[in-house]
Design a binder for this molecule. Sequence first.
Ligand SMILES: Nc1ncnc2c1ncn2[C@@H]1O[C@H](COP(=O)(O)OP(=O)(O)OP(=O)(O)O)[C@@H](O)[C@H]1O
Ligand SMILES: [Mg+2]
Length: 247
Amino acid sequence: MAVDPLIELRDVNKYYGQLHVLRDINLTVGRGEVVVVIGPSGSGKSTLCRTINRLETIESGRIAIDGRPLPEEGKGLAQLRAEVGMVFQSFNLFAHRTVLANVSLAQLKVRKRKKDEADRRSRELLERVGLASHADKFPAQLSGGQQQRVAIARALAMDPKALLFDEPTSALDPEMINEVLEVMQQLARDGMTMVVVTHEMGFARSAANRVVFMADGRIVEDRTPEAFFTAPESDRAKDFLSKILKH
Ligand SMILES: Nc1ncnc2c1ncn2[C@@H]1O[C@H](COP(=O)(O)OP(=O)(O)OP(=O)(O)O)[C@@H](O)[C@H]1O
Ligand SMILES: [Mg+2]
């Protein structure tokens, strides 16, 4: 792939008190690229995602989106959060608002769209994630997989340059995992730049351009899925794969 960097981390270090959670992280995600991040619990995967849209600050190093350093605060930060959407394990939908209103809300507040325009866009996106007929329901009336697809539609409504996913399917019952992964696969095919923390190795194999393996706050391997899964280089990755591929 031609290198057209959209997300760049250079020598990034992050501490929680004494705990050194991100160690000399260097990572470039090209435009249109899908990077899957895997690694043992506590290795820093969520923290990595959270630093990219500045839900967490860093102690040293640089992070840039589309060539621009992350803004410190204020308006620039709200803009950044719109440009780099994030989808979490817990969907964080507003319970007292309809599905449509959930998808429209930030369009009104952040993108300053008119209500008609926002709702029109929301319906398009709900169609895209297979939920057109659920627009007027409340989140509690939907399954977990459906709620997560609403969360994805909501992130897409900001017209993000990139999307970060932190274990988007790990709170879901098995039968709902695929419907969410299929939406993500489609986004990948449509050229969305994505960083995805997941234990779904099938998704990593089929959708990722690269797999980043983290351990103890470091990126230990950064390779194609094919190379990573067939011939992991580090003992940490071999050990990790032997554990997760057993079940
Ligand atoms: N807000 C916080 N304050 C203090 N320590 C934290 C905080 N958030 C995470 N940590 C610690 O930082 C380390 C990295 O956490 P992180 O959540 O990034 O790991 P992870 O790879 O996402 O793990 P998991 O697979 O369990 O989600 C862990 O040791 C964790 O306990
Ligand atoms: Mg995590």
